[in-house]
Write a protein that binds this ligand. Sequence first.
Ligand SMILES: [Zn+2]
Ligand SMILES: [Zn+2]
Ligand SMILES: [Zn+2]
Ligand SMILES: [Zn+2]
Length: 445
Amino acid sequence: MNTTATMLAHMAPCRDTTPEQLAQLIDMHLGELREKKPNWTLAASTVAGRGVFATRDIVAGELIFRERALVVGPTARKGQLSTCVCCHRLLPTQGFLCKQRCTLPVCAACSGSVTHRAECEHFRRWQPKDADAEEEQVNPLSLRILTAVRVFHLGKEQRHLVDAMQANAERGFRQEIIKAAQCFRNFPTTDKPFMDQLFRIVGVLNTNAFEAPCRTDGRETLLRGLFPLTAIMNHECTPNASHYFDNGRLAIVRAARDIPKGGEITTTYTKILWGNLTRGIFLKMTKHFMCDCTRCNDNTENGTYLSALFCREQGCRGLVIPVQTRTLQPDWRCLSCENVFPHSKMARYQDFALNTINNRINSCSVPDMIHFINDLCPRFCPPSNYVLIEAKLNVIWRMTRFDTDQYTTEEVAHKDRYREDILAILHKLGAGECTLKKLITEEIQ
Ligand SMILES: [Zn+2]
Ligand SMILES: [Zn+2]
Ligand SMILES: [Zn+2]
Ligand SMILES: [Zn+2]
Protein backbone atom coordinates (compact mmCIF):
# COMPACT_ATOMS: atom_id res chain seq x y z
CA MET A 1 0.00 0.00 0.00
CA ASN A 2 1.32 3.40 -0.87
CA THR A 3 0.90 6.50 1.16
CA THR A 4 1.80 10.15 0.75
CA ALA A 5 5.22 11.40 -0.22
CA THR A 6 5.92 12.51 3.33
CA MET A 7 5.60 8.92 4.43
CA LEU A 8 8.19 7.61 1.99
CA ALA A 9 10.91 8.89 4.29
CA HIS A 10 9.70 6.42 6.91
CA MET A 11 9.66 3.44 4.63
CA ALA A 12 12.16 0.68 5.15
CA PRO A 13 14.09 0.42 1.90
CA CYS A 14 12.74 -2.18 -0.47
CA ARG A 15 15.30 -4.09 -2.43
CA ASP A 16 15.92 -2.22 -5.68
CA THR A 17 13.14 -3.32 -7.96
CA THR A 18 12.47 -1.42 -11.16
CA PRO A 19 8.81 -0.90 -12.13
CA GLU A 20 9.36 -3.44 -14.94
CA GLN A 21 10.68 -6.05 -12.52
CA LEU A 22 7.77 -5.44 -10.17
CA ALA A 23 5.31 -5.84 -13.06
CA GLN A 24 7.01 -9.13 -14.00
CA LEU A 25 6.86 -10.44 -10.45
CA ILE A 26 3.17 -9.51 -10.22
CA ASP A 27 2.47 -11.26 -13.54
CA MET A 28 4.19 -14.42 -12.32
CA HIS A 29 2.27 -14.26 -9.07
CA LEU A 30 -1.07 -13.90 -10.89
CA GLY A 31 -0.25 -16.95 -13.00
CA GLU A 32 -3.24 -18.23 -14.93
CA LEU A 33 -5.47 -15.58 -13.31
CA ARG A 34 -3.69 -12.93 -15.37
CA GLU A 35 -5.86 -11.75 -18.26
CA LYS A 36 -4.27 -11.78 -21.72
CA LYS A 37 -4.89 -8.04 -22.11
CA PRO A 38 -5.39 -6.66 -18.62
CA ASN A 39 -7.42 -3.46 -18.26
CA TRP A 40 -4.90 -2.24 -15.67
CA THR A 41 -1.20 -1.50 -15.44
CA LEU A 42 1.26 -0.42 -12.75
CA ALA A 43 2.64 3.12 -12.88
CA ALA A 44 3.91 5.96 -10.71
CA SER A 45 1.05 7.63 -8.84
CA THR A 46 0.44 11.27 -7.94
CA VAL A 47 -1.24 10.06 -4.74
CA ALA A 48 2.05 8.44 -3.76
CA GLY A 49 4.64 5.93 -4.83
CA ARG A 50 3.14 3.58 -7.33
CA GLY A 51 -0.40 2.62 -8.16
CA VAL A 52 -2.70 0.70 -10.47
CA PHE A 53 -4.09 2.50 -13.55
CA ALA A 54 -6.74 1.78 -16.18
CA THR A 55 -5.35 0.96 -19.65
CA ARG A 56 -8.76 1.60 -21.22
CA ASP A 57 -12.20 2.86 -20.16
CA ILE A 58 -13.61 0.52 -17.52
CA VAL A 59 -17.33 0.48 -16.73
CA ALA A 60 -18.85 0.13 -13.27
CA GLY A 61 -19.14 -3.49 -12.25
CA GLU A 62 -16.43 -4.71 -14.61
CA LEU A 63 -13.83 -7.15 -13.30
CA ILE A 64 -10.38 -5.58 -12.95
CA PHE A 65 -8.39 -8.51 -11.59
CA ARG A 66 -8.47 -11.56 -9.38
CA GLU A 67 -5.52 -12.51 -7.26
CA ARG A 68 -4.68 -15.42 -5.00
CA ALA A 69 -3.07 -14.71 -1.63
CA LEU A 70 0.72 -14.95 -1.75
CA VAL A 71 0.66 -16.10 1.84
CA VAL A 72 -2.06 -16.45 4.49
CA GLY A 73 -1.93 -17.03 8.20
CA PRO A 74 -3.95 -16.61 11.36
CA THR A 75 -4.76 -13.11 12.61
CA ALA A 76 -4.14 -14.44 16.13
CA ARG A 77 -7.08 -12.45 17.38
CA LYS A 78 -8.85 -13.28 20.58
CA GLY A 79 -11.72 -15.68 19.99
CA GLN A 80 -10.08 -17.17 16.91
CA LEU A 81 -7.05 -18.80 18.51
CA SER A 82 -8.12 -22.42 18.51
CA THR A 83 -8.64 -22.58 14.78
CA CYS A 84 -6.54 -24.93 12.63
CA VAL A 85 -3.62 -22.91 11.16
CA CYS A 86 -4.06 -24.71 7.83
CA CYS A 87 -7.77 -25.30 7.13
CA HIS A 88 -9.16 -22.77 9.70
CA ARG A 89 -11.72 -25.19 11.12
CA LEU A 90 -12.68 -24.67 14.74
CA LEU A 91 -10.77 -27.23 16.83
CA PRO A 92 -12.07 -29.29 19.77
CA THR A 93 -11.49 -27.80 23.22
CA GLN A 94 -8.91 -30.47 24.02
CA GLY A 95 -6.14 -32.11 22.06
CA PHE A 96 -6.01 -29.30 19.53
CA LEU A 97 -2.29 -28.57 19.60
CA CYS A 98 0.08 -30.29 17.19
CA LYS A 99 1.15 -33.72 18.46
CA GLN A 100 4.70 -32.92 17.30
CA ARG A 101 4.75 -30.23 20.02
CA CYS A 102 5.34 -27.26 17.74
CA THR A 103 2.60 -25.60 19.93
CA LEU A 104 0.53 -24.55 16.90
CA PRO A 105 -3.18 -25.39 16.77
CA VAL A 106 -3.73 -27.82 13.91
CA CYS A 107 -6.38 -30.44 13.08
CA ALA A 108 -5.49 -34.12 12.67
CA ALA A 109 -6.00 -34.01 8.91
CA CYS A 110 -3.67 -31.01 8.41
CA SER A 111 -0.97 -32.00 10.91
CA GLY A 112 0.78 -34.22 8.35
CA SER A 113 0.32 -31.82 5.40
CA VAL A 114 3.29 -30.43 3.46
CA THR A 115 2.44 -26.87 4.59
CA HIS A 116 2.39 -27.76 8.22
CA ARG A 117 5.43 -30.03 8.17
CA ALA A 118 7.73 -27.18 7.10
CA GLU A 119 6.50 -24.67 9.69
CA CYS A 120 6.26 -27.39 12.34
CA GLU A 121 9.98 -28.15 11.97
CA HIS A 122 10.77 -24.45 11.92
CA PHE A 123 8.92 -23.84 15.20
CA ARG A 124 10.41 -26.93 16.89
CA ARG A 125 13.91 -25.82 15.91
CA TRP A 126 13.25 -22.59 17.83
CA GLN A 127 12.04 -24.61 20.83
CA PRO A 128 8.75 -23.07 21.96
CA LYS A 129 8.70 -22.58 25.73
CA ASP A 130 5.04 -23.66 25.84
CA ALA A 131 5.91 -27.13 24.50
CA ASP A 132 6.21 -28.46 28.07
CA ALA A 133 3.21 -26.58 29.49
CA GLU A 134 0.67 -28.77 31.26
CA GLU A 135 -2.30 -26.87 29.99
CA GLU A 136 -3.07 -26.69 26.29
CA GLN A 137 -3.02 -23.05 25.31
CA VAL A 138 -2.43 -21.09 22.16
CA ASN A 139 0.12 -18.33 22.47
CA PRO A 140 -1.12 -15.39 20.32
CA LEU A 141 2.39 -13.91 20.08
CA SER A 142 3.99 -16.96 18.51
CA LEU A 143 0.84 -17.63 16.45
CA ARG A 144 1.09 -14.11 15.01
CA ILE A 145 4.67 -14.69 13.78
CA LEU A 146 3.56 -17.78 11.81
CA THR A 147 2.62 -15.78 8.68
CA ALA A 148 6.16 -14.34 8.61
CA VAL A 149 7.61 -17.84 9.02
CA ARG A 150 5.53 -18.95 6.05
CA VAL A 151 7.13 -16.21 3.95
CA PHE A 152 10.52 -17.86 4.57
CA HIS A 153 9.12 -21.04 3.00
CA LEU A 154 7.89 -19.37 -0.20
CA GLY A 155 9.58 -19.94 -3.57
CA LYS A 156 12.34 -17.64 -4.87
CA GLU A 157 10.16 -15.39 -7.08
CA GLN A 158 7.51 -15.14 -4.40
CA ARG A 159 10.19 -14.04 -1.93
CA HIS A 160 11.37 -11.42 -4.44
CA LEU A 161 7.85 -10.10 -4.65
CA VAL A 162 7.65 -9.77 -0.86
CA ASP A 163 11.01 -7.95 -0.95
CA ALA A 164 9.68 -5.59 -3.62
CA MET A 165 6.73 -4.50 -1.47
CA GLN A 166 6.85 -1.36 0.59
CA ALA A 167 6.91 -1.41 4.35
CA ASN A 168 6.58 1.22 7.02
CA ALA A 169 9.51 1.01 9.43
CA GLU A 170 7.60 1.15 12.68
CA ARG A 171 9.18 0.69 16.06
CA GLY A 172 6.15 -1.36 17.07
CA PHE A 173 7.04 -4.04 14.53
CA ARG A 174 10.37 -4.66 16.26
CA GLN A 175 8.47 -5.02 19.53
CA GLU A 176 6.21 -7.60 17.90
CA ILE A 177 9.31 -9.64 16.94
CA ILE A 178 10.99 -9.26 20.33
CA LYS A 179 7.84 -10.44 22.10
CA ALA A 180 7.49 -13.41 19.76
CA ALA A 181 11.19 -14.29 20.24
CA GLN A 182 10.62 -14.47 23.98
CA CYS A 183 8.20 -17.36 23.43
CA PHE A 184 11.10 -19.56 22.23
CA ARG A 185 14.29 -20.87 23.85
CA ASN A 186 16.26 -20.92 20.65
CA PHE A 187 15.09 -17.96 18.58
CA PRO A 188 18.01 -16.80 16.36
CA THR A 189 18.12 -13.28 17.78
CA THR A 190 21.90 -12.97 17.24
CA ASP A 191 21.67 -13.91 13.55
CA LYS A 192 21.62 -10.37 12.15
CA PRO A 193 20.86 -11.17 8.48
CA PHE A 194 17.96 -13.36 9.59
CA MET A 195 16.63 -10.74 12.01
CA ASP A 196 16.89 -8.00 9.34
CA GLN A 197 14.89 -10.15 6.93
CA LEU A 198 12.32 -10.94 9.59
CA PHE A 199 11.95 -7.27 10.51
CA ARG A 200 11.39 -6.40 6.86
CA ILE A 201 8.85 -9.24 6.39
CA VAL A 202 6.90 -8.26 9.50
CA GLY A 203 6.92 -4.68 8.18
CA VAL A 204 5.60 -5.79 4.77
CA LEU A 205 2.86 -7.85 6.44
CA ASN A 206 1.80 -5.12 8.84
CA THR A 207 1.80 -2.51 6.07
CA ASN A 208 0.08 -4.56 3.37
CA ALA A 209 -1.81 -7.57 4.68
CA PHE A 210 -5.61 -7.67 4.60
CA GLU A 211 -7.92 -9.36 7.05
CA ALA A 212 -9.91 -11.57 4.74
CA PRO A 213 -13.02 -13.39 5.93
CA CYS A 214 -13.08 -17.13 5.36
CA ARG A 215 -16.10 -19.35 5.97
CA THR A 216 -15.63 -22.88 7.19
CA ASP A 217 -18.37 -25.06 8.66
CA GLY A 218 -20.80 -22.13 8.73
CA ARG A 219 -18.46 -20.04 10.83
CA GLU A 220 -16.48 -16.99 9.81
CA THR A 221 -12.76 -16.66 10.58
CA LEU A 222 -10.57 -13.73 9.60
CA LEU A 223 -7.35 -14.69 7.85
CA ARG A 224 -4.31 -12.49 7.50
CA GLY A 225 -3.53 -12.51 3.80
CA LEU A 226 -0.94 -10.82 1.61
CA PHE A 227 -2.44 -9.89 -1.78
CA PRO A 228 0.36 -7.85 -3.40
CA LEU A 229 -1.52 -6.34 -6.36
CA THR A 230 -4.58 -5.46 -4.27
CA ALA A 231 -2.18 -3.85 -1.79
CA ILE A 232 -0.50 -1.71 -4.48
CA MET A 233 -3.82 0.08 -5.14
CA ASN A 234 -3.84 3.46 -3.43
CA HIS A 235 -6.47 4.60 -0.98
CA GLU A 236 -9.43 6.88 -1.55
CA CYS A 237 -12.21 7.26 1.02
CA THR A 238 -14.91 6.64 -1.60
CA PRO A 239 -12.86 4.55 -4.03
CA ASN A 240 -13.68 3.79 -7.68
CA ALA A 241 -12.99 0.07 -7.24
CA SER A 242 -14.17 -2.46 -4.69
CA HIS A 243 -12.31 -5.47 -3.38
CA TYR A 244 -13.69 -8.48 -1.58
CA PHE A 245 -12.42 -11.91 -0.73
CA ASP A 246 -13.56 -15.38 -1.64
CA ASN A 247 -12.89 -17.74 1.23
CA GLY A 248 -9.98 -15.69 2.54
CA ARG A 249 -7.67 -16.74 -0.28
CA LEU A 250 -8.85 -15.04 -3.44
CA ALA A 251 -9.17 -11.25 -3.81
CA ILE A 252 -11.60 -9.99 -6.43
CA VAL A 253 -11.39 -6.37 -7.57
CA ARG A 254 -14.16 -4.79 -9.64
CA ALA A 255 -14.88 -1.24 -10.77
CA ALA A 256 -17.36 0.44 -8.43
CA ARG A 257 -17.78 3.38 -10.81
CA ASP A 258 -16.78 4.05 -14.42
CA ILE A 259 -13.02 4.59 -14.61
CA PRO A 260 -11.62 6.50 -17.62
CA LYS A 261 -8.57 5.24 -19.52
CA GLY A 262 -5.46 6.40 -17.67
CA GLY A 263 -7.35 6.96 -14.41
CA GLU A 264 -5.91 5.63 -11.16
CA ILE A 265 -7.81 2.64 -9.74
CA THR A 266 -8.36 3.12 -6.01
CA THR A 267 -9.63 1.11 -3.12
CA THR A 268 -10.27 1.94 0.52
CA TYR A 269 -8.24 0.96 3.56
CA THR A 270 -11.00 2.03 5.98
CA LYS A 271 -14.67 1.29 6.37
CA ILE A 272 -16.60 3.28 3.83
CA LEU A 273 -19.26 4.44 6.32
CA TRP A 274 -16.92 5.83 8.94
CA GLY A 275 -16.99 9.61 9.45
CA ASN A 276 -14.16 11.88 8.30
CA LEU A 277 -12.42 12.04 11.67
CA THR A 278 -12.64 8.33 12.38
CA ARG A 279 -11.15 7.49 9.00
CA GLY A 280 -8.50 10.17 9.47
CA ILE A 281 -7.42 8.82 12.85
CA PHE A 282 -7.40 5.22 11.57
CA LEU A 283 -5.29 6.09 8.51
CA LYS A 284 -2.88 8.13 10.62
CA MET A 285 -2.46 5.41 13.24
CA THR A 286 -2.25 2.35 11.00
CA LYS A 287 -1.14 3.63 7.59
CA HIS A 288 0.69 6.77 8.70
CA PHE A 289 -0.75 9.29 6.29
CA MET A 290 -3.40 12.00 6.07
CA CYS A 291 -5.85 11.44 3.24
CA ASP A 292 -6.52 14.45 1.04
CA CYS A 293 -9.34 13.09 -1.12
CA THR A 294 -12.40 15.19 -2.00
CA ARG A 295 -14.52 13.46 0.62
CA CYS A 296 -12.00 14.28 3.36
CA ASN A 297 -12.11 17.93 2.30
CA ASP A 298 -15.89 18.26 2.66
CA ASN A 299 -17.09 18.76 6.24
CA THR A 300 -20.68 17.88 5.29
CA GLU A 301 -19.30 14.55 3.98
CA ASN A 302 -21.30 14.75 0.73
CA GLY A 303 -24.32 15.82 2.79
CA THR A 304 -24.29 12.56 4.79
CA TYR A 305 -23.20 14.24 8.06
CA LEU A 306 -21.68 10.95 9.21
CA SER A 307 -19.72 12.71 11.99
CA ALA A 308 -22.55 14.96 13.21
CA LEU A 309 -23.45 15.10 16.91
CA PHE A 310 -26.19 17.00 18.75
CA CYS A 311 -25.49 20.56 19.92
CA ARG A 312 -24.38 20.87 23.57
CA GLU A 313 -26.14 24.21 24.00
CA GLN A 314 -29.22 23.98 26.21
CA GLY A 315 -32.45 23.97 24.27
CA CYS A 316 -30.71 23.54 20.90
CA ARG A 317 -30.94 20.20 19.12
CA GLY A 318 -29.00 21.32 16.07
CA LEU A 319 -26.33 19.26 14.37
CA VAL A 320 -22.73 20.00 15.25
CA ILE A 321 -20.07 19.20 12.65
CA PRO A 322 -16.28 19.66 12.45
CA VAL A 323 -15.44 23.09 11.01
CA GLN A 324 -12.01 22.48 9.49
CA THR A 325 -11.00 19.54 7.36
CA ARG A 326 -7.49 18.05 7.14
CA THR A 327 -6.94 18.19 10.88
CA LEU A 328 -7.64 15.58 13.53
CA GLN A 329 -8.43 18.30 16.11
CA PRO A 330 -11.04 20.51 14.44
CA ASP A 331 -13.39 22.96 16.14
CA TRP A 332 -17.03 21.96 15.90
CA ARG A 333 -19.88 24.31 14.99
CA CYS A 334 -23.65 24.00 15.40
CA LEU A 335 -25.53 24.36 12.12
CA SER A 336 -28.50 25.90 14.01
CA CYS A 337 -27.21 28.20 16.80
CA GLU A 338 -23.69 28.52 15.32
CA ASN A 339 -22.03 27.98 18.68
CA VAL A 340 -18.50 26.61 18.44
CA PHE A 341 -17.27 23.77 20.66
CA PRO A 342 -13.70 22.58 21.22
CA HIS A 343 -12.74 19.23 19.74
CA SER A 344 -11.96 17.71 23.15
CA LYS A 345 -15.55 18.17 24.28
CA MET A 346 -17.08 16.72 21.11
CA ALA A 347 -14.56 13.84 21.03
CA ARG A 348 -15.68 12.82 24.53
CA TYR A 349 -19.30 12.96 23.37
CA GLN A 350 -18.50 10.88 20.27
CA ASP A 351 -16.69 8.30 22.42
CA PHE A 352 -19.68 8.13 24.73
CA ALA A 353 -22.03 7.43 21.80
CA LEU A 354 -19.61 4.89 20.37
CA ASN A 355 -19.20 3.01 23.65
CA THR A 356 -22.91 3.07 24.51
CA ILE A 357 -23.85 1.68 21.12
CA ASN A 358 -21.01 -0.87 20.97
CA ASN A 359 -21.93 -2.21 24.41
CA ARG A 360 -25.45 -2.83 23.14
CA ILE A 361 -24.19 -4.45 19.95
CA ASN A 362 -22.16 -6.90 22.04
CA SER A 363 -24.87 -7.72 24.54
CA CYS A 364 -28.33 -7.27 22.99
CA SER A 365 -30.55 -9.64 21.10
CA VAL A 366 -31.73 -8.50 17.67
CA PRO A 367 -35.21 -7.35 18.89
CA ASP A 368 -33.58 -5.39 21.76
CA MET A 369 -31.13 -3.86 19.32
CA ILE A 370 -34.00 -2.70 17.08
CA HIS A 371 -35.76 -1.14 20.08
CA PHE A 372 -32.51 0.55 21.11
CA ILE A 373 -31.87 1.97 17.61
CA ASN A 374 -35.42 3.19 17.10
CA ASP A 375 -36.35 4.47 20.55
CA LEU A 376 -33.26 5.17 22.66
CA CYS A 377 -30.51 6.23 20.25
CA PRO A 378 -32.41 9.25 18.89
CA ARG A 379 -32.18 10.78 22.39
CA PHE A 380 -28.42 11.13 22.27
CA CYS A 381 -27.22 10.43 18.74
CA PRO A 382 -28.30 12.07 15.45
CA PRO A 383 -29.62 9.51 12.95
CA SER A 384 -26.86 10.44 10.50
CA ASN A 385 -23.99 9.58 12.89
CA TYR A 386 -21.89 6.69 11.60
CA VAL A 387 -22.01 4.84 14.91
CA LEU A 388 -25.78 4.55 14.64
CA ILE A 389 -25.42 3.50 11.00
CA GLU A 390 -22.99 0.76 12.12
CA ALA A 391 -25.57 -0.45 14.63
CA LYS A 392 -28.11 -0.77 11.82
CA LEU A 393 -25.55 -2.66 9.79
CA ASN A 394 -25.04 -5.01 12.73
CA VAL A 395 -28.76 -5.80 12.77
CA ILE A 396 -28.69 -6.49 9.03
CA TRP A 397 -25.71 -8.86 9.38
CA ARG A 398 -27.23 -10.73 12.26
CA MET A 399 -30.60 -11.12 10.56
CA THR A 400 -29.23 -12.14 7.19
CA ARG A 401 -26.01 -14.01 7.94
CA PHE A 402 -25.47 -15.30 11.39
CA ASP A 403 -28.74 -15.85 13.24
CA THR A 404 -31.05 -18.54 12.05
CA ASP A 405 -33.85 -17.30 14.35
CA GLN A 406 -37.26 -16.50 13.00
CA TYR A 407 -38.15 -12.82 12.97
CA THR A 408 -41.51 -11.08 13.02
CA THR A 409 -42.74 -9.23 9.93
CA GLU A 410 -42.23 -6.01 11.84
CA GLU A 411 -38.60 -6.83 12.62
CA VAL A 412 -37.95 -7.73 9.00
CA ALA A 413 -39.53 -4.41 7.96
CA HIS A 414 -37.14 -2.53 10.29
CA LYS A 415 -34.18 -4.39 8.81
CA ASP A 416 -35.33 -3.54 5.28
CA ARG A 417 -35.68 0.12 6.26
CA TYR A 418 -32.15 0.13 7.72
CA ARG A 419 -30.90 -1.29 4.45
CA GLU A 420 -32.63 1.48 2.51
CA ASP A 421 -31.08 4.08 4.85
CA ILE A 422 -27.61 2.68 4.22
CA LEU A 423 -28.09 2.40 0.46
CA ALA A 424 -29.19 6.06 0.44
CA ILE A 425 -25.99 7.07 2.25
CA LEU A 426 -23.83 5.04 -0.14
CA HIS A 427 -25.62 6.76 -3.02
CA LYS A 428 -24.92 10.22 -1.54
CA LEU A 429 -21.28 9.26 -1.13
CA GLY A 430 -21.14 8.24 -4.79
CA ALA A 431 -19.92 4.81 -3.76
CA GLY A 432 -21.36 3.07 -6.84
CA GLU A 433 -21.17 -0.71 -6.89
CA CYS A 434 -19.08 -0.86 -3.71
CA THR A 435 -18.49 -4.02 -1.69
CA LEU A 436 -20.80 -2.94 1.13
CA LYS A 437 -23.67 -2.45 -1.30
CA LYS A 438 -23.08 -5.92 -2.73
CA LEU A 439 -22.98 -7.38 0.74
CA ILE A 440 -26.18 -5.83 2.04
CA THR A 441 -28.10 -6.59 -1.13
CA GLU A 442 -26.67 -10.11 -0.83
CA GLU A 443 -25.16 -9.97 -4.28
CA ILE A 444 -22.04 -11.42 -2.69
CA GLN A 445 -21.88 -13.52 0.44
ZN1 LIG B 1 -6.90 -28.39 9.49
ZN1 LIG C 1 3.32 -29.04 14.31
ZN1 LIG D 1 -10.06 10.65 2.12
ZN1 LIG E 1 -26.86 24.63 18.60
